[in-house]
Every structure is written in C-alpha cells, then in structure tokens.
Design a protein around this ligand. Structure first.
Ligand code: BGC
Length: 383
C-alpha cells in the first residue's frame, strides 16, 4: 500500500469502529488496507472505567489469522493451517475481555517492564535500593501488580507492502510498579504472507532502569488437550538451575545428561517426570547458544498429529520454557474449553530471570540515550 492511501484507509477503519460500536459490537471493520495481508479492527469490550478495548485482526492469504487486543498488547487468537490446510487456533485465551481482566495467567500478554522473577522484589541500581511488589511467593513476577499485561496500549495499523502490522505503544511512568524512570515502549506485531508472526520491541528511558520484555503466549499446536506429545528441539546446551522459589542459583549448568536436554528433538513429555520441583514440569530458563544480540533460530516445536511446526527466532539470549504446570483444570477458555494440566507450552524469549541481581548474567539495565530492542518471530509450516 502507498503512503498516501494510509490516512484514508485508517480513517475508514476508525469510522468502521465508531459505526460498529453502536450497531454490531463483535463485527470486524472493513479492511484497513488492501493486499495479501489485511488489518481489521473491532471493539473488544470496556474496562470498568469505560475505556474501550480494541481488537486488531491480521489475516494473510495463506490461512493465518492473528488477533491482538489493546489490553496488555495481548495475542488472543492465532489460526494456523495444519497439514491438510485446515486452520486451527494454537494459542490459549478467552472469548471476551472479562476473562483477561479476571483470571488470566498472562495468556498471550506482553510482559514487562521486567518479565520473569526478581528475587524478594528488590534490586539496587546506582547505589539506591528499589522495592517492588512480591506477587509470586517471596518474589516479584512479570512486571508486578499491574504490569504491561494489565495496561491499555495505544495502537495503530502500520503499512508495509507484503505484511500487515499493528504498533502498540505504552508510556510507563517514573515510579510505576516501583521502577525508576519513565519508559516509552513499543511492540509491533507483524503478520507476513509467508506465515511468520514477528514481534519487534523497542524502549527508551529518561533514567537508568531494568527492562526485560517478553511475550507470554501459551502454545498448543494441536489446539486441544495436553502438550506432552509436542516435539521440541532447542539450540541451548545450558540452562539456569533454580532454587525452590524459581530464582536462578547463578550457575549456567550443562543440559547434557539431564531432562533439560532438547539439543536433539525430544517429546516434551519424555522426561518431564524427572524434572526436579513441584508441580511437575518445566519452568526453566535456557541459555541460547547464539548468546543473543542477533536474530538466530532458537527452537523448533512440532506437533506430530496435525503436522504443525513452529520455528522461533529471537535476538534474546534466553528462553523461559514453561509447560503450564500451574494450569489445573480450573480455567475455562475460548469456546468453553477447560485448559488442563500441561495444556500449553510458554516459550518466553527474554534475558535471564533475576538478571538485575545476578552480575554474571547479561545486564538488563537500560540507560538514558540507549534503546532497548528485541525481535522475536514465529515461523509456521505443516508437513
Ligand atoms: C513462569 C511461571 C508462572 C507463569 C505464570 C511463567 O513465565 O515461569 O512460573 O507460573 O509464568 O503464568
């Protein structure tokens, strides 16, 4: 699409949202652009204070549809074709906003300002001690009480010739959730016509502060049941062992000879019972061989029944691999489906947990004048 067409089409999209709100709350707007990949918008409910939440739908001409809402810049739906070309939803979530507000264990969300755990909710920076919420046992988790997953992001469609994208932006104020500095953060979701969903993050700050962003999508390439039969290969020969509150001990231990070894493609369920800790399952950060800083293939996840395969590429140095160990059959999601124990895999590209307290880990401190960037993409095929 050409530049000059965008304002007209965006206006058309906006008019469609306004028109839709009064008549047909769940209908998508007309396409915001014409081409192989399209963007549509629709209302997705309101917060208690009346703030309207918008859903963006990206659709390509090869059977993929991605839906993202402005609440938490959250991926709510991802339709991916199986080996017969039949699209199926491969991410967990809710049909309506209420689910995300009341009971979401970070389904599909953008997490930050700091994803993962910070021990005891404390860290020191430039001689000052900062105290954060302890919202996960004794530790801080995923941005605190009201992290980036629970805020409303500004959004706008972004044009490009062979893809459709939505840029989500949020300003996290100085002192928010106990962190220093005002951080301006963007995450752009792009769907291409060759079945890649790409996430590009950037952030700047006016004071030194830790930043570690991630996406918390729960994957199930079969679309139902548990994920123990999914086959995983990961380009990681070390992981970061943890204490019983899931804080890294500081070691980077070899995966060889442990249940953490996915250096050859292995069923997720093959050694899951041998993973130390309760509840049973993986909830560990893997150290990618790439070391981060450049876009590299991190892992390949295959579901033999449907033939769906996902490659994940990232510029981050680590992946938190979590097998839905805290899903216990009490959460009912989209289409009334009850999500079972081990009903999904979360693969969080990020810096390592508790990095801000662990000098041997790559730093997550962003300084004024610097720009945080991350690219993580998911490439889908079926065979
Ligand atoms: C963590 C889990 C946690 C889950 C919350 C994951 O990133 O590693 O320990 O329970 O997020 O949904």
């Amino acid at each position: 699409m050409h530049n000059r067409a965008l304002p007209v089409l965006l206006t058309a999209g906006l008019l469609a949202i306004v028109g839709c709100a009064s008549t047909c709350p769940c209908q998508d707007s007309p396409d915001v652009k014409e081409g192989p990949v399209t963007v549509r918008t629709s209302p997705f409910g309101n917060l208690a204070d009346g703030t309207a939440i918008t859903r963006y739908t990206l659709r390509n001409s090869h059977g993929m549809t991605a839906r993202i809402i402005t609440y938490g810049a959250t991926l709510t739906e991802l339709l991916v074709p199986d080996r017969d070309g039949k699209p199926g939803d491969v991410v967990l979530g809710f049909d309506d906003l209420g689910g995300y507000l009341d009971r979401s264990p970070y389904f599909g969300a953008t997490v930050g300002r700091v994803a993962n755990r910070i021990a005891k909710g404390r860290f020191q920076l430039d001689g000052v001690e900062y105290r954060l919420a302890t919202n996960n046992g004794p530790n801080f988790l995923h941005g605190g009480l009201k992290g980036f997953d629970k805020v409303v992001w500004q959004a706008r469609a972004v044009e490009s010739p062979d893809s459709a994208a939505v840029r989500f932006s949020y300003v996290s104020r100085d002192g928010e959730e106990g962190f220093p500095g005002t951080v301006m953060v963007n995450v752009i979701y792009t769907l291409t016509n060759d079945n890649v969903l790409r996430l590009d993050y950037s952030a700047t700050t006016d004071r030194a502060t830790p930043v570690n962003l991630s996406n918390h999508t729960y994957w199930n390439l079969r679309g139902e049941g548990d994920i123990l039969g999914h086959v995983l290969w990961m380009d990681a020969d070390r992981y970061t062992p943890v204490d019983d509150t899931l804080i890294p001990t500081g070691q980077m231990a070899p995966v060889k000879g442990t249940p953490m070894d996915f250096t050859t493609a292995t069923a997720v369920g093959a050694h899951i019972q041998d993973v130390p800790g309760k509840p049973v399952g993986y909830d560990h950060n893997f150290v990618l061989k790439s070391g981060g800083g450049k876009l590299a293939l991190a892992l390949r996840l295959t579901e033999p029944g449907t033939g769906r395969q996902m490659e994940m590429w990232t510029t981050e140095p680590g992946i938190q691999f979590y097998t839905g160990n805290f899903l216990d059959g009490t959460v009912t999601g989209k289409r009334g489906v009850v999500y079972p124990f081990h009903g999904a895999i979360v693969l969080e590209a990020q810096h390592f947990p508790d990095s801000v307290n662990q000098p041997a880990f790559p730093s997550i401190v962003l300084a004024p004048g610097g720009t945080y960037t991350q690219t993580t993409l998911y490439r889908f095929t079926a065979k």
